[in-house]
Each structure stands twice: as C-alpha cells, then as structure tokens.
Write a protein that binds this ligand. Sequence first.
Ligand SMILES: [Zn+2]
Length: 334
Amino acid sequence: MLCIFCLKDRPPSEEHVFPEAIGGILTIDRVCLTCNNLLNERADRGLIQYPTVKVLRAQKGIPDKRGNTLDPFSDIFGTGTIIDDERTGQRVVARLDPLTNKRTLKLIPHRTEKVGPDGSKEFEYKIDAGDEDKIPLIIQRERKRLGRPELSPSALDDAVSKVLARSRRVIENPLVYHQMALRFTDPRRGILKIAYELAWYWLGDDYLDDEGAQQLRQVILSNEPIDDPRLPKIRGITSAGEVVPGLVLWNHVPNVHLGLMKHFKNQVGVGIRVFQALSAVVGVSEESARYGRLGERNFLGSFMKLDPVSRTFTESSLSDAVLDLCSDSRTRRA
Ligand SMILES: [Zn+2]
C-alpha cells in the first residue's frame, strides 16, 4: 500500500486517527509501521499527555494500547505526604482501588540512619503494614551493606519477630497533601495529525498531492518545535479552553470526540474536538475545486462522532448531524 505520510509503498499497520488512549476507535490501514511509530512519538503523545485530556482519560477509565487505564491519584497527582500531628512528612502513594472505587494509601518505605554519641549506627525503617513480608529482605540487605554474614533462617525469624514487636502506628482517616505539578505538553501536532488523516479519509488519495497536505505532512513529521519558523504555517486555530466556533453547536454533547469537514469557497477546513478539552479548526486545503465530489456527495460537509466509553462510531453528512441536533433539542424540551 501507499503510505499517506512517507508516500512509499510499504506494508500497512493499524493507525488510530484519534489516538487509542483516548478511545479513538476509528482506524485506517494506510500508514506504514515506521510512520505509525513516528506519529505516536511526535504527534499522539503530546495530545494524550495533555493534562485536561489525561484527567478525562482517567475519569472515563479508557484503556491505552496495553489495556491499562490511568489512575487519577498516582498518575495525575503523583505521591502525597501524610499530614499528621507528628509532622513526620511520610510519603505515600495513593491509588484508586478498581473494585471498591475508593482511594487506598500505601507508605513509601523510608530509611533513616542515626549515629549515636559512641559512633554506633542505627537504621530506622518506616514501612507500610502491607509490606511486612519484606522485613527479612531488608534485614539481610542491611547486614550485607555492613559486611556481615547472612542470618540463618532461625536467627532471621527471631530478628523479624523483634521488629514486629516494635511500635506500629495506625492513622485513622489520614489527611494527605498532594502537590500537583502539571507539565503542559503541546497537543497541536496531535491535532494536526488527526486533521490530516480526516482530510485524507474524506477526500481520498487525490488529497495526497494537495499543497495543504504536503505542508501538513511536513509539520506533523518534523522533529522541530511546532513554532519553528522554517516550518510551513498552517491556517486555523487550536483551543485548550473554550470550544472553537463551528463546534460549539455540540457543547451539550460532552465526552465524545468529533470530526467534521466543511468547505467554503476554495478553502477546506477540518474541525476536531477531543472530549471537550481541546478543539480546533484546521485549514487542510485551499484547492477545494480539486474535489468536485466534495460538493456532490455531502453537500453540507462530513461529520463523525466517536464515543470513547461506549466505543461507538457514527458518521453522517454535516447537514444531517445538525438536523439531529435540532431533533435532540426538541426532545429535551419535551
Ligand atoms: Zn510511511
């Protein structure tokens, strides 16, 4: 097959137009494996790691390529610190228990070293009660560090029971302080990739030698920062805040991904919405006359909706999609 990115004849691979990690069930088979891997790294990653997208991925429990879902506590908030009377500053990892849907806490093992007045050394470990089975390992490791021989099984048992006899603290309803550091990745390349693939999806192979297509490929595959002045300027807007005009009609349909294509005079634009976190209108062509059938087949453009939770995909003409909205609003009023 002819790869729509490198334009070489290569074996196909499965490419998700909207990344798999956001539940993008629409796939195409016209991207080679080399380009597919490059797209994951340069385009998709910035989009799926974008903080508000990440929060929605976690909230909706959408599995990634490996079938893993994000944990809102450990993957987004990271580790926390228990705030207690003793102000020990003990670090904890918070996770969501998938069975009970409740937060669980686990102490991160903490080792301190004290040197007594006589020069003797003492180690103190704080570990989670759930990690008790690791005590024998810890004892043997510390002995090794000090150049002492390993304990025999019975001596080790004695040592473990001594440790277990020591103090335990139970903290009821611990208050945990989380410091959240958001790293704002740039989702724009990921958005442009979706726009390019949708343009090809709707316009067909004729699109591949459109000047707009050439420019998009250059920007999407480049390793340079997206603002690099040597890269072509792509017309359009991307918003991580308010939904861009043209897609606001669907504001009452949350949590789905949208794609649409519309032409106006010689311009062809593709609109994209990822959940409601990101939206964009991208100018994909300034040669709409090349696509006679654009006017014939879907007089009012093209539209698709992907529901990442129910994993459904619907496609229609843009005019039908707008009509659907009108009947929706009639139903809601009734
Ligand atoms: Zn390729």
